[in-house]
Design a protein around this ligand. Structure first.
Ligand SMILES: [Zn+2]
Length: 126
């Protein structure tokens, strides 16, 4: 399967394919079937309309669902100390970066710093 289409809703993809096929059938009929060839310019317009409709379905109706629907990640900051083995965690705050100096440690008054930053993805709710 093509990875680009896997998030699209299948019913829209099928509608898009059917319209595209119908458009090509009309183009072929208009070009090769003599009795209707005098209407070929009209059939071309109809075929083009079908193609545009199929592209419209493909690009607008079949758009993948927004990622925002999923639960957001929680980012955690781990605080450590150069003087002792204290380890604290708190929610990530703007401006946090690894090895950022956070001033004196609560426990030993050594210098505490950001040891790590990590993200937690909550389990999906089905
Ligand atoms: Zn300490």
């Amino acid at each position: 399967m093509m990875s680009k289409t896997k998030r699209r809703q299948p019913k829209f993809a099928i509608a898009s394919i059917i319209l595209t096929v119908a458009a090509f059938v009309i183009f072929v009929a208009a070009s090769f079937i003599d009795p209707i060839s005098e209407y070929s310019s009209y059939l071309m317009i109809v075929g083009l309309a079908l193609l545009i409709a199929s592209w419209g379905i493909y690009f607008f109706a079949g758009k993948p669902q927004k990622e925002a629907a999923e639960a957001p990640e929680t980012v955690m900051t781990v605080i450590g100390c150069k003087g002792c083995d204290i380890r604290e965690e708190r929610a990530f705050a703007t401006g946090d970066y690894i090895f950022k100096d956070l001033g004196p440690c609560k426990k030993c008054s050594g210098s505490s710093f950001i040891k790590a930053i990590y993200a937690v993805t909550p389990p999906k709710k089905e």
